[in-house]
Design a protein around this ligand. Structure first.
Ligand code: NAP
Length: 543
């Protein structure tokens, strides 16, 4: 059913993931009329869509969840160190039920157009199915890694077999038994999916262009004593994460000795001590290696040493030297791509039914009716899976026709770089508030915790506007330019400058190259946002 009469709201929230449903709750608590739009048929955001086999969070479940509600905290317990996609979706559903949020979420509602009406000071928002909303505030929590991209290979429509993208996985699980399967992509998604598909497929061929660095998750069930320990320590650990970033994505259970190295430089240890530290982290598992020492991204020699350590692991695990070489990252610095975390990934390449094909020097030429053509040779498949990634941080918004003042579109404004102020506002787009957007720490930190902070900050600003009778907030372009410069400056001297990855947009043809997220850490980011708020939201222009 479509609704041609606009539904008038105080706020419209885009997205039914972690950030969106929290924002919906927060604004509703403040007494605003608010609706959340979600394109899927259920909540979960990225976790709703990325339901491929093996999908699992690479941040520990105990800290990849909300901390704002003691009720949720007390009533939910995670079953594994790293939660599976189904468990995360169950959690988000539980939160929605517990806070009675579902009644204000419109499912199957893909936002296609949003226009700021300068005269009225309202956003007019259109969904694909014809619904129209008028909202004073437009809060986007569309997700930093939610707009999938297909591989830039011609002829996809010619392939006659089954074809899937990991981020658009069908509700009905495909059956790979007895089938010849090809996988394009060995980032986080491919890394998680490949071992499970290999167990089913008759034969699996993995096309590897730029092998990334990888760590074993070392996943395990959470025991009763883990749960009891967490209940006692969660406040302390969360506080540590909020104030010092000492507990990161995979190290909730790390002892003080292991945690301490991340505050020290590599050369504070001997070569043997460094190797021991890395070995301990390798055994401990998870995305803990990038934070083994404080200067991994700035000290090129140290970075090379860690790369060498991880390359030796590959050579040790993968039995066939030619396959090991295809899987070995060369000519990229450790940390310029997000480390992949999985289970039995390298071991999978020792299976007799799995082949790796290197496609760096000889790229995949095209899809054919029967499969993929590489170096003139046709590889035939029943199924092709594209684990080819996302148009990160900006893609979920540039895909929507968003018009700010003077008819400017967000797509045009971001065509030369994804400028924002504090990652929260964009000059010329009044009353648009971003969660997890470009210029914020977003995917470079624990995104759920970063979202929680931004939800709080945005809510307080909306309250400030209400309390002061203000109806319009825009960004001062000078402040935006300064913040964008800060975002660029933060990575100077780090290996991220030389990166080629979704972190800097080079995975999307035609996208401006530049660091998309603020790499200065959550503590510095909060200081900047809190300071602006204390100075009556300095850098924002109200009317
Ligand atoms: P990704 O890291 O961007 O990986 C895409 C892969 O596809 C790369 O290996 C890329 O090779 C390859 N590719 C793309 N086009 C190709 C082509 N034409 N020919 C050959 N190879 C091609 O994407 P992702 O794996 O979906 O992960 C993206 C991010 O999502 C992750 O870094 C992570 O932040 C998040 N994620 C998280 C989890 C988790 O929490 N566990 C799971 C999945 C995803 P090149 O490198 O050469 O371009």
């Amino acid at each position: 059913m479509t609704n041609s009469e606009p539904i008038v709201l105080d706020a419209l929230v885009l997205g039914g993931g972690f950030g969106g449903i929290h924002m919906l709750h927060q604004l509703r608590e403040m007494g605003l009329t608010v609706v959340a739009l979600e394109a899927g048929t259920g909540v979960g955001g990225a976790w709703y869509w990325n339901r491929y086999p093996g999908a699992r969070c690479d941040i520990e479940s105990l800290v990849y969840c909300y901390s704002f509600s003691p009720i949720i905290d007390d009533e939910w317990s995670w079953t594994e160190r790293y939660a599976t996609q189904p468990e995360i979706v169950r959690y988000i559903n539980f939160v929605c039920d517990r806070l009675d949020l579902r009644k204000d979420i419109c499912f199957n509602s893909r936002l296609v157009k949003a226009t700021f009406d300068e005269e009225a000071g309202f956003w007019t928002l259109h969904t694909e199915n014809g619904d129209v909303y008028r909202a004073r505030h437009f809060v986007s929590s569309a997700g930093p890694i939610s707009e999938p991209i297909w591989p830039d290979i011609p002829g996809r429509e010619k392939f006659k077999g089954e074809i899937y993208h990991t981020a658009k996985w069908p509700q009905q699980e495909p059956d790979f038994r007895g089938k010849r399967v090809g996988v394009i992509g060995t980032g986080s998604s491919g890394t998680q999916l490949i071992p499970l598909v290999a167990e089913q497929a008759k034969h699996l061929t993995v096309f590897v262009r730029t092998p990334n660095f990888y760590a074993n998750a070392n996943n395990r069930p959470l025991t009763d004593s883990d749960q009891a320990w967490w209940m006692q320590n969660r406040t302390r650990i969360r506080e540590r994460l909020r104030t010092s970033e000492i507990v990161g994505s995979g190290d909730v259970f790390m002892n003080e000795e292991m945690l301490a190295t991340r505050l020290r430089k590599g050369d504070e240890y001997s070569e043997n001590e460094r190797r021991e530290i890395l070995e301990k982290r390798w055994q401990f598992g998870g995305a803990t290696m990038p934070r083994a020492f404080v200067d991994i991204l700035t000290n090129h020699e140290l970075n090379d040493e860690i790369s060498g350590f991880l390359r030796a692991k590959i050579a040790h695990i993968i039995k066939d030297p030619a396959t090991a070489e295809i899987m070995t990252p060369r000519n990229i610095y450790f940390g310029t791509k997000r480390i992949c975390v999985g289970t039995n990934f390298y071991e999978t390449f020792n299976r007799p039914n799995v082949t790796a094909v290197g496609v760096k020097k000889t790229p995949i030429e095209r899809f054919s009716e029967k499969g993929l053509v590489v170096d003139g040779k046709e590889h035939e498949f029943d199924v092709i899976i594209c684990a080819s990634g996302f148009d990160a941080l900006t893609g979920a918004l540039t895909v929507i026709d968003i018009h700010g003042v003077d008819g400017k579109t967000i797509k045009d404004v971001w065509s030369k770089g994804s400028d924002t102020y504090l990652g929260i506002g964009v000059a010329g787009f009044p009353n648009l508030h971003l969660i997890g957007g470009p210029g914020s720490p977003s995917v470079l930190v624990n995104v759920v915790m970063a979202n929680e902070y931004q939800v709080g900050w945005i809510s307080r600003r909306i309250k400030y506007m209400r309390d002061h009778g203000l109806t319009r907030v825009d960004v001062d372009p000078d402040y935006q330019a300064k913040w964008s410069q800060t975002v660029k400056d933060v990575i100077q001297g780090t290996v991220l400058v030389s990166a080629d990855s979704w972190y800097v947009g080079t995975n999307v043809p035609g996208k401006a190259k530049g660091i998309l997220a603020y790499a200065g850490g959550m503590v510095n980011y909060k200081q900047a946002c809190d300071a602006a708020a204390e100075r009556k939201y300095e850098g924002f222009v109200f009317s």
